[in-house]
Design a protein around this ligand. Structure first.
Ligand code: HEM
Ligand code: HEM
Length: 186
């Protein structure tokens, strides 16, 4: 039920996948909207506060996700050999973009030596400061990796839909429902 098997994803993997998918889309939309706000807008400070709080939450969730991934069996990939290699590279790319986007976000926020308040609940300290032009460089990296991440995630979603509607295999359903076995499970 909770853990993965060689044929299926468990509840923990499924819940983390969908929580993080919603957070990535929400963070991108909020970040993009933040760019349009003027100094006197009431969301000028509130927007980044939510963005950074959820961003750090997603960073923590991703660390838990990676630890969980390495503690659990990986359900065997379905589809042709070409699709399996594509999925492997695609998932690796998504994890890399996720981590670089979040680390660059951290580096923008802490460039001036101030920590990050997470929902006004606790503060993540500024550990790396004083890199020349830290805020600008991290800001550029953040924008391009966030953009690449949502494009990669959109391609990834299309690939999942192709598995479901064209190949008619259980790739998508096993990421939606935690069951021990599926028809057409390879
Ligand atoms: C996958 C997660 C994330 C996504 C998709 C994302 C996306 C974005 C986008 C689209 C922008 C607007 C464009 C830009 O200025 O770069 C932005 C801005 C920003 N993000 Fe993120 N972000 C994520 C995580 C984080 C994290 C973890 C932090 C820090 C803890 C963070 C801090 C910031 C800051 C401070 C800005 C404003 C930058 C500026 O005004 O130049 N972000 N983010
Ligand atoms: C921002 C959005 C998303 C992100 C960041 C994301 C990320 C990921 C990652 C990293 C994996 C690999 C899991 C692993 O094996 O460690 C994965 C698996 C998967 N995702 Fe997503 N995903 C997103 C949205 C979606 C959407 C919208 C769909 C469906 C339409 C989807 C369907 C799937 C499926 C079916 C798998 C399992 C693939 C397999 O068993 O080989 N994902 N996702």
């Amino acid at each position: 039920m909770f853990t993965n098997t060689p044929k299926s994803y468990g509840l923990v993997t499924i819940v983390i996948h969908w929580l993080s998918a919603f957070m990535v889309i929400g963070l991108f939309a909020l970040g993009y909207w933040m760019l349009t706000l003027g100094y006197y807008d009431s969301w000028y400070r509130l927007g980044p506060w939510w963005h950074k709080s959820f961003g750090i939450t997603l960073l923590a969730l991703t660390v838990v996700r990676l630890v969980w991934k390495f503690m659990n069996p990986k359900p065997e990939p379905l589809g042709s050999r070409f699709e399996q290699i594509g999925a492997r590279i695609g998932h690796g790319l998504i994890y890399t973009l996720l981590l670089v986007t979040m680390i660059s976000g951290y580096l923008i926020s802490t460039a001036d030596g101030r920590g990050i308040s997470v929902f006004d609940w606790f503060e993540v300290p500024a550990l790396i400061t004083g890199i020349p032009q830290q805020e600008d460089i991290a800001g550029t990296v953040h924008w391009y990796t966030a953009l690449a991440l949502v494009i990669a995630a959109a391609g990834h979603a299309l690939a999942a839909l192709k598995h479901h509607f064209v190949n008619k295999d259980s790739t998508l359903t096993r990421m939606l429902v935690a069951k021990r076995s599926y028809p057409k499970n390879g």
